[in-house]
Ligand binder design. Structure first.
Ligand code: SF4
Ligand code: SF4
Ligand code: SF4
Length: 185
């Protein structure tokens, strides 16, 4: 059993919508032309703490939620979609038959059809970089360091401790997918 379970904690109140993360993802992962924000994107949400007329919007960087209970994996008939021991959901492009069941099952619209690979693709947590002891490209590139890449099983890590000390929310918790992108409220 692995002693690692990877996740990302985001403080999106500091996001300035520069889209350096989106560009870094595209460059690092050779994302094809026309798919600029399919794998990593910056949305906007309303700050639900604000009261009219002081309503405020904030940026919300996002990507595949690397769900702990991933419906995309559960529905894949060829096991092309799978979860590594350290909790990262990946696609074996050679096994993908483009049935797109996973795209339908994903509540976060985090998957897309790669015409280059002839397969479904999505954020990999930059798994090739993790193998080299490096952080994901979007984590490293962000000027205000919105994303913190953590190992949930390392309880001594100062960033992992944020999950205990800060108010945290995940996207669409009602879906039961147990996302591993944690947003500081
Ligand atoms: Fe926001 Fe950081 Fe992405 Fe820029 S690089 S858009 S600040 S998350
Ligand atoms: Fe699968 Fe979508 Fe969850 Fe990513 S966000 S693990 S693609 S269900
Ligand atoms: Fe893209 Fe890597 Fe960030 Fe995932 S972890 S959004 S693949 S840069």
């Amino acid at each position: 059993m692995s002693n690692k379970k990877y996740a990302i904690i985001l403080d999106d109140t500091t996001c300035i919508d520069c889209k350096a993360c989106t560009l870094a993802c595209k460059t690092e992962n050779n994302v094809e032309a026309g798919f600029f924000s399919y794998r990593n994107w910056v949305g906007e949400i309303e700050n639900d703490q604000a009261v009219f007329p002081n309503i405020r919007r904030k940026f919300r960087p996002s990507q595949c939620q690397q769900c702990d209970n991933p419906p995309c994996v559960h529905v894949c008939p060829t096991r092309a979609s799978y979860q590594t021991e350290d909790g990262v959901v990946l696609v074996d492009y050679h096994k993908c038959i483009l049935c797109k069941y996973c795209m339908t099952a994903c509540p976060y619209d985090a998957r897309y059809e790669s015409h280059d690979k002839h397969a479904i693709d999505k954020c990999t947590f930059c798994y090739h970089r993790l193998a080299e002891g490096r952080e994901p490209a979007c984590v490293e590139t962000c000027p205000p360091k919105v994303r913190k890449f953590v190992n949930l099983l390392d309880k001594q890590d100062e960033n992992t401790k944020l999950l205990q000390t800060e108010a945290i929310e995940v996207q669409k918790p009602e879906k039961g997918t147990k996302p591993k992108l944690y947003y500081i409220k």
